[in-house]
Write a protein that binds this ligand. Structure first.
Ligand code: UD1
Length: 340
């Protein structure tokens, strides 16, 4: 059985990816410091797949702890690296924590990949690297704009570190630039677990609908979009998770065409905030309390992916539509509240 290390494997996208990897026959090891996730995720993964993944709790930004882990576990077909801080707003307040955590972890991992000749790395990147693109839909060759946040900057820097390091070593890499992952596993056993007040749209919607929040603020209705609210390319987290299995198989099967490849992962469809709300209300038969407020500083107006490169080259395509994203997000919220 091929072994894969998933860093950040108890997190939102990580846990869904662990499930897909296990279901495709991989043995999965997880490293996570539980800074934004919960140990019970391991049992829930086991309920879905029948296998509890091997788990170690430590911080990958520690050189010593990372070296110790790899001295014991280096017979790996590949690594999927999710472990990172990801809140845009928080990164503005704590830039150095973001740089230290996100950059140092990657360096420690790649150091050990080099040392133990682990050749395959899949990196969790983001459409944030494009900023507001000049041309839509955005392709992988669109220029990387100056980052608007330390978070976005760490994604840009990590991609560059991977590119230069893969060119200088035996490491091959795929960076996956996610658009907006949402929804939850159909089993309602794993999903997003935001700490405190959510920043992202979907957890805010579901928490408002369940009564944890009074009212959803829609940030701006004066954008240059059909209904004035901002447009994003939302994709279901299970579709996204499946792309990581494809990427690991591509690297392990030496099908990659460059030392480092980059793919956009989205559906290719842009939906406005009001369209998302409409879909949520309709599919779940729930009325949402919301109001239009001022734009959120730092938000871009509109972005959606050109997914043709991922579709053709990876043979991967997002299959789940917006209604199903909204349905699973709501079931997950009700499950958390003990109502499902
Ligand atoms: C941002 C980042 C993305 C990052 C993600 C994870 C950018 C451009 N994008 O995505 O890279 O991976 O966060 O945290 O930096 N909205 C509301 N009300 C709310 C919350 C959101 O109207 O209460 C709107 C936003 O204005 C936006 C849309 O919903 O138009 C989606 O917002 P959100 O879910 O926070 O994701 P992004 O900002 O697109």
């Amino acid at each position: 059985m091929k072994k894969v290390l998933v860093t950040g494997g108890t997190g939102y996208i990580g846990s869904h990816t662990v499930v897909e990897l296990q279901q495709k026959g991989f043995e999965v090891l997880i490293v996570d410091n539980l800074s934004n996730s919960n140990i019970e995720v391991l049992d829930n993964i086991a309920k879905i797949t029948g296998t509890k993944p091997y788990f170690e709790n430590f911080d990958l930004s520690s050189e010593a702890l990372t070296a110790d882990f790899f001295s014991r576990h280096h017979d790996l077909a590949g690594i999927v690296h999710f472990a990172a801080f990801k809140a845009v707003g928080e990164s503005m307040q704590k830039p150095l924590s973001y740089y230290r955590n996100n950059i140092q972890s990657l360096i420690n991992i790649m150091d050990n990949m080099k040392k133990y000749e682990i050749r395959n790395l899949v990196f969790s990147s983001s459409c944030t690297v494009y900023g507001q693109p000049d041309v839509l839909p955005v392709t992988e060759s669109a220029p990387i704009k100056k980052a608007w946040s330390p978070y976005g900057n760490t994604k840009q820097m990590c991609e560059e570190i991977i590119e230069f390091t893969s060119n200088a070593t035996a490491i091959n890499a795929i960076a996956l630039r996610y658009f907006n992952p949402i929804g939850a596993h159909a089993s309602a056993l794993i999903g997003e677990l935001p700490l405190g007040v959510p920043n992202n749209l979907i957890p805010f919607i579901t928490q408002t609908a369940i009564g944890k929040r009074e009212c959803l603020s829609v940030f701006g209705d004066d954008y240059d979009t059909p209904d004035g609210t901002a447009v994003r390319d939302y994709l279901h987290v299970v579709d996204l998770a499946k792309a990581h299995v494809v990427a690991i198989n591509r690297l392990a099967g030496e099908k990659n065409k460059k030392k480092m490849e980059i793919f956009n992962l989205g559906t290719g469809n842009g939906y406005s905030v009001l369209q998302v709300i409409e879909a949520f209300e309709r599919i779940n038969n729930v009325k949402l309390n919301y109001k239009i407020v001022a734009r959120r500083p730092g938000d871009i107006e509109k972005v959606w992916a050109d997914t043709s490169f991922a579709n053709e080259e990876l043979g991967w395509k997002a299959e789940i539509g917006l209604d199903e994203m909204m349905r699973t997000a709501w079931i997950w919220e009700k499950h958390l509240a003990g109502k499902a």
